[in-house]
Design a binder for this molecule. Structure first.
Ligand code: PLP
Length: 405
């Protein structure tokens, strides 16, 4: 019998945030067991919704959005993104430097497919949003992980970055604000990374999808704004800031020394043409979304849901013996550390499975974010405080007796 296997291109590609533990949770759910899901950064199911004007705009423009658009996107969306870049001080961006995508996800894949040759090395953070590692690998490259340091607020360890550069290194990826740590990188750290990229002639990719979800009065800096002489690619989108992850709306912006990337840009244009265009109804809301009322801001201040949920989960984690965490400053994730000796943890995926089986709580283990040790896991704190409270109680209860076998 002829059978069909997955392509060998996929052999080393991992995307464990939707991996085996989630499969098991889904199996349990299908058999009628209620699972408390703290695993996916998707605001809408937790009672967050887009500003009304964004929804109205989509309804209003739906009839005119039936056809394909220019492959990079409609003018109004790209103009609004260009103006957003001006506010973020991202230099040398014209309409033609902007590509809309079916979420940032599509563009991460496109950006890596267009750049990476077999054996090329791309510096990727650890922990990372694992699509970056997956797409570098799928493109035939090697994701070389640099450490983000928990002792320093989870900022990138610049010495580690330097030590991992070889003559095959083509680019460095930043995720700022970061998923899963919730860190926001200060200017001084970004400046050091720019200096390293300049010295070694690296391209910079910066995934800034959480830049409108920053708390505590911190101002987000786009690394591209500090690197007018380097070739930078900045990615962003509306999935999180406008709670419309399902609409699939993202963009990618080329900036700085674009003359260095002439060949690459040709490749990007071809890939962009090959997928015809991104979802047009979603593009049609970009102008309203970026220019209009930013309802997300109300969630991020004292009294607002995301802020209060962060306070709650951070304090709850701190109070559980054997757990600790750096307080996240952005997004809606916390990445607690777990005392591996106390609980004899040697396999964090098993830890996640044990918690799932015993307490029906779904978290994502550090391995899912390319974190090298079995001592971290991620909680999505989008559920309301009542639900988070139940989760924290169950987690505490679970850990009072847990010893991994
Ligand atoms: N980048 C980061 C850091 C993310 O956390 C996510 C989603 O969780 C994405 C990109 C993908 O977002 P999109 O919905 O725009 O594809």
């Amino acid at each position: 019998m002829r059978t069909f296997q997955k392509s060998s291109k996929l052999d080393n590609v991992c995307y464990d945030v939707r991996g085996p533990v989630l499969d098991e949770a889904n199996r349990m759910q299908e058999s009628g067991i209620d699972i408390l899901k703290l695993n996916i950064g998707n605001p809408a199911p937790f009672g967050f919704s887009a500003p009304e004007e964004v929804i109205l705009d989509m309804i209003y423009t739906l009839r005119e959005s039936q056809g394909y658009s220019d492959s990079k996107g409609i003018f109004a969306a790209r103009k609004a993104i260009m103006q957003y870049c001006q506010l973020k001080k991202i230099p040398n961006v014209s309409i033609n430097d902007i590509y809309t995508g079916n979420g940032v996800s599509e563009l991460i894949n496109m950006a890596m497919q267009g750049l990476v040759d077999s054996g090329d090395e791309i510096l990727v953070p650890s922990p990372d949003y694992p699509l970056w590692t997956g797409c570098v690998t799928l493109a035939g490259g090697k994701a070389v992980h640099y450490i983000c340091d928990e002792q320093s607020e989870w900022y990138p360890d610049v010495e580690d970055i330097k030590s991992k550069i070889t003559d095959k290194t083509k680019a460095i990826v930043l995720i700022n604000p970061n998923n899963p740590t919730g860190a926001v990188y200060p200017k001084e750290v970004l400046q050091k990374i720019v200096d390293v990229a300049r010295e070694h002639e690296l391209m910079i990719f910066s995934d800034e999808i959480y830049d409108r979800l920053v708390m505590d009065g911190i101002t987000h800096t786009s690394i591209a704004s500090l690197a007018p002489d380097l070739f930078c690619v900045t990615l962003n989108g509306l999935s999180k800031s406008h709670m419309i992850a399902g609409f699939r709306c993202g963009w990618m912006v080329l900036s700085g020394a674009k003359e260095k990337g002439k060949g690459y840009i040709e490749g990007l244009n071809m890939l962009s043409n090959m997928r015809l265009c991104s979802n047009v109804p979603a593009q049609a809301v970009v102008q309203t979304a970026l220019g209009g009322y930013q309802s997300v801001n109300e969630y991020l201040v004292p009294g607002g849901r995301i802020y209060e949920q962060r306070e709650f989960i951070y304090n709850a984690i701190k109070d559980i013996p054997g757990l600790s965490a750096v307080k996240p400053k952005a997004a809606f994730y916390i990445f607690p550390k777990i005392d591996t000796e106390k609980f004899n943890i040697h396999d964090d995926e098993k830890f996640a499975l044990d918690l799932l089986h015993e307490k029906k709580i779904l978290i994502t283990c550090g391995k899912g974010f390319n974190w090298g040790q079995p001592n971290h896991f991620r909680i999505v704190y989008l559920p309301n405080v009542e639900v988070l409270g139940k989760a924290a109680d169950k987690l505490a209860d679970f850990l009072t007796t847990y010893r991994q076998k």
